[in-house]
Design a protein around this ligand. Structure first.
Ligand code: G6P
Length: 608
C-alpha cells in the first residue's frame, strides 16, 4: 500500500529517500515519486510502475538538497500513471505533499477550488489538500496544514514541504500511521518505522489529529486545536530494518521455510509444561476478566480472518466458549451486539489494516475490551487495543502471508489453552496440548521436506484456470487459506469450500479440468471426507490430497497424495497449511509471476 518517507537534516536527501522507497517496496505499490528542495527550488520526479523506472529518470540529475519527501502509491483515485503519482504540488509549485489514506470529501473540496480558478493536474484526492494548504499559507507551513485540515474529512498520513521554509517538514495524521524518527541533527517522517530504523531507533508514533513541524534539530507537535502536545520517544528494535532474502529466490519462500524458527520464537517462554498451561504476558492483566467472559468475537481481514476461523474451532473445542468470527469491514458498519461478558480479539499481521482498526474502535466504543494479536510491534492496532499478544516472528515481507498465518493460529491455540485451563481442561489434558505444541517446529520442518514433491504436482497443474480446495472442521479454513494463497500469487481462480457443501452447487464445476485439493488428515472426520473425495473422483475431477499416514482408501483413488506428519487434531492446520503454501508458491513461480509483489495487492491495506 502507499508508503511515506520524508527527511530533513545535514545529509543529501536523495539517497536516503531512494533507500526508503526501496524498503517500502514490500508493501506493494504501482507508482512512486520523490520531491526535494534542490538549491532552494522544488523539484518533483514521478514514474508509474516499479521504482527502477523512477531511478532511471533520476540518473542524469544532480540533486543535492537536504529536505525531501517520497512516496509509493497504491492507486485509489485515478489510474497508476505519472500524473496521479505523488508528490502533488500546489498551483504555484512551491508546496509539495505526499499522502496515504483517502480524503472522503475531496469531490466537494475540488469543486470549490475549481470555482476559485485552481487548475488540477491529477485525478487524485490528494491534490486537493496541496491546493488547500497553499490557500491557507501565510509564511508558516504547519499553520497552513492545520488550517487546511479543518476542511478535510477522511483518513490521512501526510508529509509536506515548502520552498519558502527550506529545512521544515510537516507531517499530519488521522487514521493512517505516521511516525517521527529522531536522529542527531536530522529527522525522518515515515508511515512504516521498519524502513528508517537503519538511521535511528528513536521513534515517536504520532497520534490521530497530530500535526508535527520538524526541522533539523527540533520538532513541535500540535493537535488539531493548535495546542502543543507531547508524545513519548520510544526505542525500537534494530532488527526491524534488516531483512534479506539470503539464499532464497523470494521472500515468500524464505518465510515459508522460516516457519520452524518462527514458531519456536512464537512459543518461546509461553508454554508451561508442568502446569499444562500457557502464559501470555500481554494477557496477564486480564486473567480475572478472561475467567468471566461467555462469548468471544474475533475480527480480522484476509489471511488473518482464516486464522481466526481456526481459532474459533480451537477455543470452542478447548474452552467451550462460543466464538464468532467477523470480517472487520462488515463488523464496523453493522450494529454488533456486544454483551458485558463479550471479549473481542482483533487479528492483524501488520497492525495497520484500516478496517480492522475501525472495527476495533467500534467494539471499544460499545464498551468491549479488545485484545489484539499482531506481528508488527508498535503498530497502530497494537497501540490502540487494550492489550494483546505479539506473534514474535519477525518482519513478513512477502505480500502473501505465510509464517504469520501459522503464528496467528499458534497464538490462538495458546489463548484457547489458557481459556480452556480456566474452564474445562484438566492439567493432564493441558500437558498433552503443551507437549503437542512444543513438537510443532520439528513437525513443520519435516513437512517442508515435501517441497520437491509438491513442485512436481505444480508442474502438472500450473496452467489450469480453476482450482477447488476442500476441507472440513479445522481444515475448512485451511482450504479457504489455500485457495487465497493460490489466487493471490498465481492469479488462478480458486475457491475454498467446506467439503460436504459442494453438493449444493460447486460439484457442477467438476470435470477432468478441475484440480481439487482436499485436506484430509486422519481424524474423526476422515471417513466423511473420503466420501466427499469419492464424489469428486466419480465426476472425473483431479484429486490432490493432503493427508497423513494410514490414509487408505484415499491412496487407492487419489491422483496425488501428499502425506504430512501428524500432531494433535486441533493443531493440524499448522501442518496442513504448509503444502498449500508451497503449492501456490511453485505454481506462481512456474507461471513467471512476481511472487513477492503480486499485481494489485498490498501488504497492509490502509484504506477501507
Ligand atoms: C492484505 C494482505 C494479506 C493480509 C490482509 C490482512 O490483504 O495482502 O496478506 O492477510 O491484508 O492484513 P493484516 O495485516 O491485518 O493481517
Amino acid at each position: 500500500m502507499c508508503g511515506i518517507v520524508a527527511y530533513t537534516g545535514f545529509r543529501p536527501a536523495l539517497p536516503i529517500l531512494m533507500d526508503g522507497l526501496k524498503r517500502l517496496e514490500y508493501k506493494g505499490y504501482d507508482s512512486s515519486g520523490i520531491g526535494l528542495l534542490d538549491s532552494g527550488k522544488m523539484k518533483i520526479f514521478k514514474a508509474p510502475g516499479k521504482i527502477k523506472s523512477l531511478k532511471k529518470k533520476l540518473e542524469k540529475e544532480k540533486l543535492e538538497g537536504f529536505l525531501g519527501i517520497c512516496h509509493t502509491r497504491w492507486a485509489t483515485h485515478g489510474e497508476p500513471n505519472e500524473a496521479n503519482a505523488h508528490p502533488h504540488l500546489s498551483a504555484n509549485g512551491k508546496i509539495a505533499i505526499v499522502h496515504n489514506g483517502i480524503i472522503e470529501n475531496y469531490a466537494i473540496l475540488k469543486k470549490k477550488l475549481l470555482e476559485e480558478g485552481i487548475e488540477f493536474k491529477s485525478e487524485t484526492d490528494t491534490e486537493v489538500v496541496a491546493h488547500l494548504i497553499a490557500k491557507f499559507y501565510k509564511g508558516n507551513l504547519s499553520n497552513a496544514v492545520l488550517a487546511a485540515l479543518e476542511h478535510v474529512e477522511g483518513a490521512f498520513g501526510l508529509a509536506v514541504i515548502c520552498e519558502d521554509e527550506p529545512d521544515v517538514l510537516v507531517g499530519a495524521t488521522r487514521g493512517s500511521p505516521l511516525a517521527l524518527g529522531v536522529g542527531e541533527n536530522e529527522s525522518f517522517l515515515t508511515s512504516d518505522v521498519s524502513v528508517i530504523v537503519g538511521h535511528t531507533q528513536k521513534i515517536i508514533y504520532l497520534e490521530d489529529n497530530d500535526v508535527i513541524r520538524v526541522s533539523k534539530e527540533e520538532f513541535e507537535i500540535k493537535n488539531i486545536k493548535n495546542k502543543t502536545v507531547s508524545r513519548e520517544i520510544q526505542e525500537v528494535d534494530t532488527d526491524l530494518g534488516h531483512v534479506q532474502k539470503g539464499d532464497f529466490p523470494h521472500f515468500m519462500l524464505k518465510e515459508i521455510f522460516e516457519q520452524p524458527e518462527a514458531l519456536r520464537n512464537c512459543i518461546r517462554g509461553r508454554l508451561l509444561l508442568a502446569e499444562g498451561n500457557a502464559k501470555l504476558a500481554g494477557l496477564d492483566n486480564s486473567l480475572k476478566e478472561l475467567r468471566t467472559i461467555d462469548r468471544i468475537i474475533i475480527i480480522a481481514c484476509g489471511t488473518s480472518y482464516y486464522a481466526a476461523m481456526v481459532g474459533e474451532c480451537l477455543i470452542e473445542e478447548w474452552a467451550g466458549i462460543p466464538v464468532e468470527v467477523e470480517y472487520a469491514s462488515e463488523f464496523r458498519y453493522r450494529n454488533p451486539i456486544i454483551g458485558s461478558n463479550t471479549l473481542v480479539f482483533t487479528i492483524s499481521q501488520s497492525g495497520e489494516t484500516a478496517d480492522t482498526l475501525a472495527a476495533l474502535k467500534e467494539a471499544q466504543n460499545k464498551g468491549a475490551t479488545v485484545l489484539a494479536i499482531c506481528n508488527v510491534v508498535g503498530s497502530t492496532i497494537a497501540r490502540t487495543s487494550d492489550g494483546g499478544v505479539y506473534l514474535h516472528v519477525g518482519p513478513e515481507i512477502g505480500i502473501a502471508s505465510t509464517k504469520a498465518f501459522n503464528a496467528q493460529v499458534t497464538v490462538l491455540a495458546m489463548i484457547a489453552l489458557l481459556l480452556g485451563r480456566q474452564r474445562r481442561l484438566s492439567s493432564v489434558q493441558g500437558m498433552e496440548i503443551v507437549q503437542a505444541m512444543s513438537s510443532l517446529p520439528a513437525l513443520v520442518e519435516e513437512t517442508l521436506e515435501l517441497s520437491d514433491k509438491i513442485l512436481e504436482i505444480a508442474k502438472i497443474y500450473y496452467n489450469h484456470a480453476n482450482f477447488l480446495y476442500l476441507g472440513r472442521h479445522y481444515h475448512y479454513p485451511v482450504a479457504m487459506e489455500g485457495a487465497l494463497k493460490l489466487k493471490e500469487i498465481s492469479y488462478i481462480h480458486a475457491e475454498g469450500y467446506p467439503a460436504a457443501e459442494i453438493k449444493h452447487g460447486p460439484i457442477a464445476l467438476i470435470d477432468a479440468n478441475m484440480p481439487v485439493v482436499i485436506i484430509a488428515p486422519k481424524d474423526a472426520l476422515f471417513d466423511k471426507i473420503v466420501s466427499n473425495a469419492r464424489e469428486i473422483k466419480a465426476r472425473g475431477g483431479k484429486l490432490i490430497v493432503v493427508t497423513t499416514e494410514n490414509c487408505a482408501p484415499l491412496d487407492e483413488f487419489a491422483d496425488h497424495i501428499i502425506k504430512t506428519p501428524s500432531v494433535n487434531t486441533s493443531l493440524m492446520p499448522i501442518i496442513t497449511s504448509i503444502p498449500l503454501q508451497l503449492l501456490a508458491y511453485h505454481i506462481a513461480v512456474l507461471r513467471g509471476n512476481d511472487v513477492d509483489q503480486p499485481r494489485n495487492l498490498t501488504k497492509s491495506v490502509m484504506v477501507e
